[in-house]
Write a protein of this length. Structure first.
Length: 493
């Protein structure tokens, strides 16, 4: 890709960008949220048409008008925002638009499609997803594995992976890396987009960095460093990855006693103090998200008590949780965290209507003041509060989710994978916001699949395995080995 330009409504998002990928190369494409990575991929695959520049494949210039044309040329994309049809089965999602039939009869080869689905998942080391499972009933991590399996089944010559490990467990990530290396050995090219720097340095051969829609440079992984790449991404040195904590931990504010939801988690008890970050670690399917959803009123619990400041709560609906001072930043921002077609202003106001209205009428001035304050505080890259959320980068969408909960000034804030799909600079901003909140006495519960994040941010860590708590670790004693031992059932064994 040479001299690629792209503008939207007069806003130039790609400026004279260069990008090249070799046969059989794993090439990282990196940059902060809003740097232009996803736009460049959409230009490559025909979702957007370039304003200027040349795209060549094997020396031949190409003009794709749709992703289907790109796929016919051997280029497949696994998007960060999942394209799963929730009410269809795993098999139906795998073969969407590519159903196998008996000749021209239109009769589907159901058995063959199920067998191929099973084989594709087995290549990824996945054995806990059945071809007949309804895709929408599966966790985000399992849906991600379906997307990856679907892409691998196309026999592509180039696969673009946009944050492929964001919702995966360590075991699934290892399986994926094995598959990626096998594909490279077969001559398949991989464009790998990720904000997890450890992954980039582990599996990629080369790296290209974009900043503010412009090409900054490319380096061979073996010849560069974490520090150098961060400097290329943000234009300066970043300093400490995890900002120093200066919170003081106070009295118990949230108590959970014997919480049970049959089939999901059993007899869960823990407490969180004012100004404390309680990290929640565990493998996918351990029940971490399900516990928090039950506390917040998304799902009905079978047994157990939730207290704030010693007072039992009767939470039957998320609205009851909000009134009690709870906030919840969900792991799936697209489906549960945002009204994706609405503006930034409308999304932020949604949880703050009482704050910006009088006698049931919204005050435009109050609403504007709140929204502008939160946009500035979280450094949301936007043209203004009326910009549609769906037009923002993934990281800036995440900041809007956080902003809408900061407005209610919660007593307890639950963060489920708060930095998923967020660049290294924005991650640090989120950690700084967490520090500010805990300094002001807010209790934070943070679920994260990134062990360095759990260790770097938490004051205490609760580890889960198969719906049960297996261990609590203080910050001083916690290590990756201890967490993984407890998360895989080693403690119980």
């Amino acid at each position: 890709m040479t001299n690629i330009d792209k503008s939207f409504s007069g806003n130039q998002v790609l400026k004279n960008v260069h990008f090249e990928v070799m046969h059989g190369e794993i090439h990282a494409l990196m940059g902060e949220n809003g740097a232009g990575k996803s736009t460049l991929v959409k230009v490559l695959t025909g979702i957007h048409q370039r304003d200027n520049g040349v795209i060549k494949i094997d020396g031949e210039e190409v003009h794709f008008s749709s992703p289907k044309e790109a796929e016919e040329k051997g280029i497949v994309v696994i998007h960060q925002e999942l394209n799963i049809i929730p009410h269809l089965s795993v098999t139906e999602n795998m073969f969407l638009g590519k159903q196998l039939t008996y000749g021209k009869t239109g009769v589907l080869k159901q058995k063959e499609m199920k067998n191929r689905t099973e084989q594709s998942l087995k290549k990824l080391g996945v054995t806990n997803i059945h071809p007949d499972d309804t895709a929408g009933d599966l966790s985000v991590g399992k849906q991600q594995m379906i997307e990856i399996a679907r892409a691998l089944a196309t026999n592509a010559e180039m696969i673009v992976m946009d944050e492929p490990t964001a919702a995966l467990t360590d075991r699934e990530i290892r399986n994926l890396f094995n598959v990626v290396h096998a594909l490279r050995d077969q001559g398949v090219s991989i464009i790998y987009i990720s904000h997890r720097m450890e992954e980039i340095f582990e599996i990629c051969d080369r790296i290209t960095v974009l900043r503010d829609g412009q090409y900054i440079g490319n380096e061979y992984i073996a010849e560069t460093s974490f520090k150098e790449i961060v400097k290329m991404m943000v234009g300066r040195e970043l300093g400490e990855r995890f900002p120093p904590k200066d919170n003081s931990i106070g009295d118990v504010i949230l108590e959970v006693e014997s919480l049970t939801r049959t089939g999901y988690f059993d007899n869960i008890s823990f407490e969180v103090r004012k100004g404390e970050v309680l990290g929640v670690a565990g493998l996918m399917g351990a029940g971490r998200t399900e516990i928090m959803e039950a506390i917040f009123g998304f799902h009905k619990k079978d047994n157990g008590i939730v207290k704030i400041n010693g007072k039992p709560l009767n939470i039957k609906h998320p609205h009851d949780a909000v009134k009690a001072g709870l906030g919840y930043i969900t792991e799936d921002r697209k489906a549960k965290g945002l009204v994706i077609d609405a503006s930034i202003r409308e999304n932020i106001s949604l949880t703050n209507l009482e704050l910006v209205s009088k006698n049931g009428v919204i005050s435009g001035a109050k609403e504007k003041e709140l929204v502008e304050k939160l946009i500035k505080r979280l450094h949301v890259r936007t043209t203004g509060g009326d910009q549609e959320v769906k037009s923002l980068s993934g990281g800036n969408q995440q900041k809007v989710v956080i902003a809408k909960w900061l407005g209610i000034q919660p007593k307890v804030l639950i963060l489920d994978e708060p930095t998923r799909g967020v660049d290294v600079g924005a991650k640090q901003e989120i950690y700084t916001i967490m520090n500010e909140l805990t300094k002001n006495g807010v209790a934070i519960i943070m679920i994260s699949s990134e062990l360095p994040e759990v260790l770097g941010v938490s004051d205490r860590i609760m580890v889960m395995h198969e719906g049960k708590t297996t261990r609590f670790l203080n910050r001083e004693e916690a290590t990756q080995e201890k967490i993984m031992t407890a998360a895989t059932g080693g403690e119980r064994a």
